[in-house]
Design a protein around this ligand. Structure first.
Ligand SMILES: CC(C)(COP(=O)(O)OP(=O)(O)OC[C@H]1O[C@@H](n2cnc3c(N)ncnc32)[C@H](O)[C@@H]1OP(=O)(O)O)[C@@H](O)C(=O)NCCC(=O)NCCS
Length: 164
């Protein structure tokens, strides 16, 4: 189930942000003690952010938000900057949960903002993420170097996917 975050999800947010495995291709994890101080009482309260609740246990989160043109990163205003992001706990990998959750979030987005594209950035070395992007129907726009690694920049449009 996709739902907004609640106070009881705070330990899982900290786990997701402190996990070295989750952050292998995301610039490394943040120190747990710093997160304990910095993560708000109700973390992840923002439009387009869903936690994935599996029978009462949160296993990850999916986020659709606007890439701030002022922030560092690769920007293609001609494509539009609604961006998909996803983080799942390693024990939840390899079951198709991320694919199911991201597809549901994209369906929600397509209904809320018909015709708008969604972009995705991921390191090409992040094989699981690359497979997920392809499965969701993202197509490659370009590859570029940033943060000392090759990055993949893809775009998704509701009209171009079979589930439409
Ligand atoms: C990227 C990430 C979400 C991918 O998770 P994932 O579980 O591999 O992705 P999926 O939900 O698509 O699951 C795919 C796997 O489930 C398997 N699977 C098992 N049962 C399945 C089922 N019933 N239906 C579909 N797939 C199933 C597939 O065979 C596939 O396995 P494979 O990758 O070994 O071939 C996860 O690795 C992650 O959170 N990484 C850290 C965060 C990160 O790097 N995010 C990228 C930000 S851009």
């Amino acid at each position: 189930m996709l739902r907004p975050s609640e106070a009881r999800d705070r330990p899982t947010f900290i786990e997701l942000l402190a996990s070295p495995e989750v952050h292998t291709y995301l610039g490394g994890p943040r120190p747990r003690d710093e997160l304990e101080r910095a993560v708000p009482e109700i973390p992840g309260r923002q439009p387009g952010l869903f936690v994935i609740d599996f029978d009462g246990a949160v296993i990850g989160m999916v986020k659709l938000d606007r890439h701030d043109a002022e922030s560092p990163g690769h920007v293609r205003p001609d494509i539009g900057e609604a961006e998909l992001g996803y983080l799942f706990l390693p024990e939840a990998w390899g079951h198709g949960y991320a694919a199911e959750a991201c597809a549901a979030a994209l369906d929600w987005f397509a209904e809320a903002l018909p015709g708008e594209s969604v972009v995705l950035r991921t390191q090409t070395a992040n094989e699981r993420s690359m497979r997920l992007a392809a499965k969701l129907g993202f197509t490659e726009v370009e590859r570029y170097e940033a943060y000392g690694a090759e990055q993949w920049f893809g775009v998704w449009s509701s009209s171009a996917t079979p589930s439409g």
